[in-house]
Write a protein that binds this ligand. Structure first.
Ligand code: CDV
Length: 307
């Protein structure tokens, strides 16, 4: 019998600087209800889904940015999302900026079950961009100023009848992210993202953003025998155009569903988690074919060492 998990990618259009948390939560609620109406059991929202992508501005004193972060989850403002999820009997995955009691700052994603309980938390490992103000840029991408890279790594949790992993945005470009989860038998990876279309220095490469987004997630899915759900906050946010192209990808690497707009939009797919075993037990039978004894450089060094 199939081990089906009906998953939804709930893409957001832009959230502007003046949009408050309440309006963001109302949009998430609308998406949650649309996904539930389509019979989804798990709804995946993007990275930093409660605010605009604030690392595009620099502030001299980081505490002046505290208002972009959540200090509790749920909070009075986000509680309606948890309550509605429980009422509808759907789980969700939500990205937000986290400020801990010891004033650590993380780019975080949580997994909430169908009873509205947080069952897993992931903090972004690969933090792109820059640490300092770079005023010559058309917009900042100061993620490395606003977020600490997590040392907790990539967990996999037994939830929703399968093994669920999480990663955030830039993590999806690194094969190590998928493989660490693959080595824990992951069956579905949930990934929110904010990807500015004009990030790379050479504007002629902008057109490749969609290709690269699909390339990394389809490869990661196939090479690890897992579903991948990639969910964007797309569209023009504060003058910065960002990639949409949210998608649900099968362990074969095929795209099962993809958004058509760069606005709020829900897509769904019924994912038979048993499909993962077709790849995990044949071509990518790790136990049989992997050669960790010759992969030492992967964890032994960071940059390339030229001989
Ligand atoms: N939010 C991100 O991590 N964005 C990066 C951009 C800056 C390259 C990404 O990998 O899409």
């Amino acid at each position: 019998m199939a081990r089906n998990l009906h998953v939804a990618a709930a893409q957001l259009g832009p959230i502007q600087k003046t949009d408050d948390r309440k309006s963001a939560v109302n949009r998430l609620l609308a998406l949650l209800r649309q996904a539930a109406a389509k019979k989804a059991e798990l709804v995946v929202f993007p990275e930093l889904a409660l605010t605009t992508f604030f690392p595009r501005w620099f502030v001299e004193n980081i505490s002046d940015a505290d208002h972009w972060y959540e200090t509790e989850m749920p909070s009075p403002i986000t509680a309606p999302l948890f309550d509605e999820a429980k009422k509808l009997g759907v789980g969700f995955c939500l990205g937000y900026a986290e400020l801990t009691p010891s004033k650590q700052r993380f780019n975080t994603q949580i997994l909430v079950d169908q009873k509205g309980v947080v069952v897993a938390k992931y903090r972004k490992v690969h933090i792109p961009g820059h640490e300092e103000n770079e005023p010559d840029r058309p917009f900042q991408h100061a993620e490395r100023y606003y977020f600490a890279p997590s040392d907790e790594g990539f967990g996999v949790w037994k939830a929703f009848g399968g093994r669920i992993g999480m990663m955030i945005c830039n993590d999806r470009r690194w094969p190590e992210s998928y493989r660490v989860m693959g080595l824990q038998g992951v069956e579905m990876i949930l990934c929110g993202y904010n990807t500015p279309l004009h990030y790379v220095p050479d504007p002629s490469q902008d057109v490749l953003q969609g290709f690269h987004n699909a390339l990394v997630m389809q490869s990661g899915a196939y090479q690890n025998g897992t579903f991948v759900v990639g969910v964007a906050k797309g569209g023009v946010e504060e003058g910065v155009d960002s990639l949409a192209d949210s998608s649900i990808i099968a362990p074969s690497g095929e795209i099962l569903a993809k958004t058509q707009t760069n606005s709020d939009e829900v897509i769904t797919a019924v994912c038979d988690l048993d499909w993962c075993a077709n790849y995990k037990s044949t071509l990518f039978d790790f136990d049989r074919y992997r050669r960790p004894e010759v992969y030492g450089r992967i964890t032994g060094q960071r940059g390339a060492i030229l001989g």
